[in-house]
Every structure is written in structure tokens, then in C-alpha cells.
Write a protein that binds this ligand. Sequence first.
Ligand code: FES
Length: 101
Amino acid sequence: MTTLTLQPSGLSGEVADGTNLLQAILALGGQIASKCGGKASCGACHVFVTGGRKGVSKLTPAENAKLDTLVGIGSKSRLACQATILGTEPVTVELLGALSG
Ligand code: FES
């Protein structure tokens, strides 16, 4: 199990290793959109991984390509539907609300 913390709400809880980050955020009660059903095509699940970046799976080519089309991305940007909790360290995610598309 891995501790996942959501900002700015401060919600935190244990999630199973191997869990999709989008599902993990929803399981903790976080507000996040997923218009494409997790296919890396809508960009609505854009989040910043602000802590424990090694605790989530690496960027996939499809994720990278989609992020390149979004406004407001940075080095901490991830598509939650494409990232998996690895279990190597606690993870903190900043939910972007209206910015998430
Ligand atoms: S849910 Fe659409 S890109 Fe993640």
C-alpha cells in the first residue's frame, strides 16, 4: 500500500500498489474529470505530481503526446489515467480543477 495525498484538499489515504492514479484519486474522494475514459485523449485528468514522482510509472509516449497539446503543463504534469502507483514512495498530487480541462 502507498500513501496518496491530494492537494489542495489535503485528503490522504492508502491505495493499493499498481492502482491507476485516476482510480486512486477517485477512491480518496478527489474531484477529477475523465472525459475519455482513460484513453489519454481528453486531457481532463491532467494533474501535477508534486511529491513522490518516482512513486508513479514513467510517462508513456501517448501521454507525452497528449500533454504537449495542453495549456499550463509543466515538469510535474501527468495524465492521471496513464500513471500507475508503483509503491516505491508516498505520492502527492495537486488537482487542477478548472485548469484540468
Ligand atoms: S481521462 Fe482522458 S486523458 Fe485521462
